[in-house]
Ligand binder design. Structure first.
Ligand code: GTP
Ligand code: MG
Ligand code: ZN
Length: 296
């Protein structure tokens, strides 16, 4: 009889499935007809499987709620965007790009600042101001100068219950280090200090889900850049939650907030209710998306 479970790890063609019924971990291979349709199982997938012998077989992938390409994972409720303030430096462009991709997949993003201990008091205060803007835009922000402040870690853990959470962000931002502080038994590999500035070096190579604070939490490989290939120009304005707050009051339905008259978003921008850096990144992304269309 077919059982159901969730893929929590994938290693060279094998998938470790956590059985829904008895929480048993079963190593499987993929065998269902989804393979003919070129659907590759992802960590986070809910699957139907059969396990009579030593090795189980995935027979079907149950419908996905959502899935990300970078990192490759399915059925996610929230994403912790681990955002480095130094080594690598904070980039509002990269942060906004990550947020837009997450919003596009209907996943709730939270922003978690790391490495602020490497900043001067002045630089840290500047960055806090910027992050305050993200809070006003509607995001939950964790911005203590000590990334591993106990109260803050507790607050973060409290968001895990009954959810699937993915840690995502630039390579070297400190995702695995943060997870090691949350669960002292994980012992995830992290970069040596001396390698931190070695660009293109990825320490975490696989997506794996761990059982933490009554939820499932994924460490994932970082990236050095991401694109906006899946996003249309029509949809982009709706991926900035603070624009959505005001776009109902723009004169034109479907206003892109660029050159349209009586645009409430541009009014709020002028009033200082919307961050200039977010608006500038919006225009920049719109351009980038339009340039993909010309090329293909
Ligand atoms: N000073 C300081 N160093 C940190 C902090 N967080 C992480 N690091 C260091 O940054 C380096 C990279 O951390 P990792 O946890 O390996 O980064 P990662 O995001 O998991 O990187 P990938 O697995 O490549 O995606 C390590 O040397 C950490 O010790 C922090 O808050 N402060
Ligand atoms: Mg890592
Ligand atoms: Zn508008």
């Amino acid at each position: 009889m077919e059982r159901t479970g969730r893929i929590i790890k994938s290693i060279s063609g094998f998938y470790d499935v956590l059985d829904d019924e008895n929480e048993e971990l079963i190593r499987t291979r993929a065998r269902g007809n989804f393979r003919k349709r070129k659907i590759k199982p992802l960590v986070g997938d809910k699957v139907g499987f059969d396990a009579t012998g030593d090795l189980g077989y995935i027979l079907e992938i149950l419908p996905r709620e959502n899935s990300l390409v970078r990192p490759p994972i399915a059925n996610i409720d929230q994403a912790i965007v681990v955002t480095s303030s130094a080594e690598p430096n904070f980039s509002s462009n990269l942060l906004d790009k990550i947020l837009v991709n997450i919003e596009h997949n209907d996943i709730e993003p939270l922003i978690y600042l790391t490495k602020a201990d490497l900043l001067t008091a002045e630089k840290y205060n500047d960055l806090k101001q910027i992050l305050q803007g993200y809070q006003t835009a509607g995001y939950q922000v964790f911005d203590d100068q000590d990334s591993y402040n106990d109260d803050q870690l507790e607050k973060l853990e409290a968001t895990f219950a009954d959810k699937v959470t993915v840690f995502t962000g630039q390579s070297g931002a400190g995702k695995s280090t943060l997870l090691n502080h949350i669960d002292k038994e994980l012992g995830l590999a992290t970069a040596e200090i001396s390698q931190t500035l070695n660009r293109g070096k990825h320490t975490t190579r696989q997506v794996s889900l761990f059982d933490i604070a009554d939820g499932l939490v994924a460490d994932t490989p970082g990236f050095s850049s991401i694109d906006l290939m899946e996003i249309t120009p029509e949809e982009l304005p709706s991926l900035f939650p603070e624009f959505l707050k005001y776009s109902g009051q723009c004169q034109f339905r479907g206003c892109r907030h660029v050159n349209e008259p009586n645009c409430k978003v541009k009014e709020e921008l002028a009033e200082g209710q919307i961050m200039h850096s977010r608006y500038d990144n919006y225009l920049y992304f719109l351009n980038e998306i339009n340039s993909y269309k010309k090329r293909y």
